[in-house]
Each structure stands twice: as structure tokens, then as C-alpha cells.
Write a protein that binds this ligand. Structure first.
Ligand code: NAD
Length: 274
């Protein structure tokens, strides 16, 4: 039976969504790309949202205002640097409520391991992995108080498989898949679930930033790089979209997913089936 707070309702376009009315979602690294897309889908399903990044610009706060107006929910932007443990914890504490935590903030750097800059390694491990330790630790007491919670880690196909030159990223993403399983076991009796979404390639600023250098390296056009290099490992030959990642997050918050915990859901066009 569906619980009152997660009742199913139909929208005019015939789509079905779980209502997340009354829930508050905090999405780290959400002034762009997948994080912003996930925030929009959770808000479309009725959740109030907290957006975050390390910047504090008028345009960051405007993103929250626009999202609130579009979906008729409460939204605010809280600046916090996910490379710093105390700021991760402060983000959750200053929000004061956290029913849904989406650990999404992430960066990338590509280099052979023997040339990998130490500061890039440290930043990737901190932002892509350790931030989720700090935010989850701060959010679980709030979820326990509410008697319900969802932790959704945005891992990657690189949390399940590797590519050369991405040692820090692959390490961090495998780490977050391990953390997902551990948190799920620690919360298994508490109406709290913890899962990881593993996207393949999604055309966001993080991926777009890798295109010009690759085009130069292989003497290709940017379109050729997208099709022949980036999507080479994605059997569907299509990018996943931020809406699809957001829709998967909404599903994980639904009553249909109550018994799904400690696992990964790939949204990768078949990449990890290879
Ligand atoms: P993006 O660059 O558009 O978004 C990254 C977000 O993280 C931005 O909002 C950025 O401001 C934020 N961020 C970076 N450093 C931060 C810090 N120190 N503190 C707070 N926020 C910070 O990239 P994206 O593709 O949307 O990536 C989002 C997540 O999805 C990442 O964890 C990434 O690893 C993962 N992912 C992306 C893809 C893809 O193909 N785009 C595939 C698999 C996984």
C-alpha cells in the first residue's frame, strides 16, 4: 500500500510520478549538469530542494528561485565547498532537514598515474568521495528523526569498471559504491535506503570540457569525438540525459523502491553489459 506521503498521482501528460510533497532534498554540486537536472525532477515530483555549490553568485540563487517558481516548491541555494569536510557537514546542518540526500558533486582530471598531479588526486578524492561520508554522517540523524530517508549517490559506470588515465576518478567512484553498500547495511532496519546511480556518459559541462583537448589529440571534429571517442563504450551510441538520471532518483524515492538498498542502478546505454 502506498503511504500517504508518497502517494502516486497522475499528471496531465499521462506520466506517473511519486509525490514527494513534504520531503526536502539536498543535492550537492547542483548549480549545473546532473545535479541541477536531479533537483528539477525531485521538485517536479513535489520535493522542496536545496541547491549547492562552492560559489555564491547571484545566478546560483536565481537557479533556486527559478526552480521554485517552475515547480511550485520551496527551493534555496546554500554555498558550501564539498572539498572541505566541515563545510559538507555545515551544509546539512544549516538546511536543518534532509529527507533525501543526493551526493552528486564531482570533478574530473585525466592523466597517466605517474604524471597525475597530487593536488588533483586529493581534490577528486575529497569532492567525489569523502564529501559523501561527511554529508551522509550529518544527514542520517535528521532522517532517523523523520523516520524516513533516501541517500542517493551519483557514482558512475566508472564505479563499476575502469578507464586508463582516470585513476583518481575511478578510485573515488569505486569507493562511493562501497560506501553505498555499507550505509545500506547500517540503515537496513530504519526506512532509510542508500543506493548509487551509475550513469554512463551524460553531455554536461564535465564531459564537454574533455572534448576540445581530445579533438586536438586525435585531429577530429568535436562531433567525431562525441561519436567515435566518448560514445565508443556506450553501446546505445546516445548520451544519457540529466532528466533520465533525475527520473531514476525519483524512482528510488518511491514506495516501489522501498526494498531496493545497497545496490547500483546503471543508466549507461549498456556500457557495463559489455
Ligand atoms: P558538472 O561539472 O556539470 O557538475 C558538477 C557539479 O559539482 C557542479 O554543480 C559543480 O559546481 C559542483 N562542484 C564541483 N566542485 C565542487 C565543490 N568543491 N563543492 C561543491 N560543488 C562542487 O558535471 P556533471 O557531469 O553534472 O557531474 C555530476 C556528477 O555526475 C559527478 O559526480 C560526476 O562524476 C557524475 N557523473 C557524470 C557523468 C557524465 O557523463 N557527465 C557520468 C557519470 C557520473
Amino acid at each position: 500500500m502506498l503511504r500517504d506521503s508518497i502517494a502516486m498521482h497522475s499528471r496531465n501528460d499521462g506520466d506517473y510520478h511519486m509525490s514527494l510533497k513534504g520531503k526536502t532534498a539536498i543535492i550537492t554540486g547542483s548549480n549545473s549538469g546532473i545535479g541541477l537536472g536531479v533537483a528539477h525532477e525531485l521538485a517536479r515530483a513535489g520535493a522542496d530542494v536545496v541547491l549547492n555549490s562552492f560559489t555564491d553568485r547571484a545566478e546560483d540563487h536565481k537557479l533556486a528561485e527559478d526552480l521554485a517558481a517552475e515547480h511550485g516548491v520551496k527551493a534555496r541555494y546554500i554555498q558550501a565547498d564539498m572539498s572541505k569536510g566541515d563545510e559538507c557537514r555545515k551544509l546539512i546542518e544549516s538546511a536543518g532537514v534532509c529527507d533525501i540526500l543526493v551526493n552528486n558533486a564531482g570533478i574530473q582530471h585525466v592523466a597517466p598515474i605517474d604524471e597525475f598531479p597530487v593536488e588533483k588526486w586529493d581534490a577528486i578524492i575529497a569532492i567525489n568521495m569523502s564529501s559523501a561520508f561527511h554529508t551522509t554522517a550529518a544527514a542520517l540523524p535528521l532522517m532517523r528523526k523523520a523516520g524516513w530517508g533516501r541517500v542517493i549517490n551519483i557514482a558512475s559506470a566508472h564505479g563499476l569498471t575502469a578507464s586508463p588515465f582516470k585513476s583518481a576518478y575511478v578510485t573515488a567512484k569505486h569507493g562511493i559504491v562501497g560506501m553505498t553498500k555499507t550505509v545500506a547495511l547500517e540503515t537496513a532496519r530504519e526506512q532509510i535506503t542508500c543506493n548509487a546511480i551509475c550513469p554512463g556518459y551524460v553531455l554536461t559541462p564535465l564531459v564537454e570540457a574533455q572534448i576540445p583537448d581530445t579533438a586536438k589529440k586525435y585531429d577530429m571534429s568535436e562531433d567525431e569525438v562525441k561519436q567515435k571517442v566518448i560514445l565508443e563504450r556506450q553501446p546505445s551510441k546516445e548520451f544519457a540525459t540529466v532528466e533520465q538520471i533525475g527520473g531514476t532518483a525519483v524512482f528510488l524515492c518511491s514506495s516501489a523502491a522501498e526494498q531496493i538498498t545497497g545496490t547500483t542502478i546503471s543508466v549507461d546505454g549498456g556500457w557495463t553489459a559489455l
